[in-house]
Design a protein around this ligand. Structure first.
Ligand code: GLN
Length: 187
C-alpha cells in the first residue's frame, strides 16, 4: 500500500511524519508526471487552498486527480484539503475538485485570532484532539454525507464514500487514530 501526499504547499511534511510513524509507504505529488506512479490513497494537507488550487491548475494536476477521486481513490483531506474537495464554498466563488457534496465556509472562525484546540468525539472514536488553524467548517451537507464530528456547534468532520474530510489538523497532535482509521479503509 502506498499513500500519495500532495506536496505543493502547506503542511505535507507533518502528514508524512505520521505515515512514517505508522509504517505506511508514501510518495509526494509535486508534478503531473508523479501521477503516473501507482498509489492507493491520497492525502490533501492543510495550508492555503487558493495557493494549492492555483498550483494544481497550473501544473495540470486538478483534472487527473479529480478523475482518480471520482473513481474511488481513498482521500484524507485536512483543512485547506477539505476546501479543495468541497462542491461549494459559502464565502468564496472558487472551487476545485468538487467531489464532496458539502458547502464549506472558509476562515469560518475569523481571519486572525481564530486558532483553537479542543477534544471531541469523531465517529466511534472518543476524545480526539483537534487543532484548528484559520479553519473552515462545513456549513451544510447532502443527505448521503456522514457527519463524524462537530465542534462549537459546527460540522468539522465528514465521510462520503472514499473521502474523509476534516476542518482540523490531526497531524499536529500525537493521536494517530484518524490516520489509522483512514489507512484501515484502504487495506
Ligand atoms: N485558511 C486556509 C484556506 O482558506 C485553510 C487553513 C488551513 O489549512 N489550516 O485555505
Amino acid at each position: 500500500m502506498k499513500i500519495a501526499v500532495l506536496a505543493l504547499q502547506g503542511a505535507f511534511y507533518e502528514q508524512e511524519q505520521i505515515l512514517q510513524k505508522l509504517g505506511a509507504d508514501y510518495m509526494e505529488l509535486r508534478k503531473k508526471e508523479d501521477l503516473t506512479e501507482p498509489f492507493d490513497g491520497l492525502i490533501l494537507p492543510g495550508g492555503e487552498s487558493t495557493a494549492q488550487g492555483k498550483l494544481l491548475r497550473e501544473l495540470d494536476m486538478l483534472r487527473p486527480l479529480r478523475e482518480k477521486i471520482r473513481d474511488g481513490l481513498p482521500v484524507l483531506a485536512t483543512c485547506a484539503g477539505l476546501i479543495l474537495l468541497a462542491e461549494k464554498s459559502a464565502n468564496d466563488t472558487r472551487s476545485y475538485f468538487q467531489t464532496l457534496p458539502v458547502t464549506v465556509r472558509r476562515n469560518a472562525y475569523g481571519r486572525q485570532l481564530c486558532s483553537f484546540h479542543t477534544v471531541r468525539d469523531f465517529g466511534g472514536m472518543k476524545d480526539i484532539p483537534m487543532t484548528f488553524i484559520r479553519a473552515p467548517y462545513i456549513e451544510s451537507v447532502r443527505d448521503d454525507v456522514e457527519i463524524l464530528a462537530k465542534a462549537r456547534g459546527n460540522i468539522v468532520g465528514v465521510r462520503y464514500q472514499n473521502q474523509l474530510a476534516l476542518s482540523f489538523h490531526p497531524e499536529l497532535d500525537t493521536d494517530m487514530r484518524i490516520h489509522q482509521y483512514f489507512l484501515s479503509f484502504i487495506s
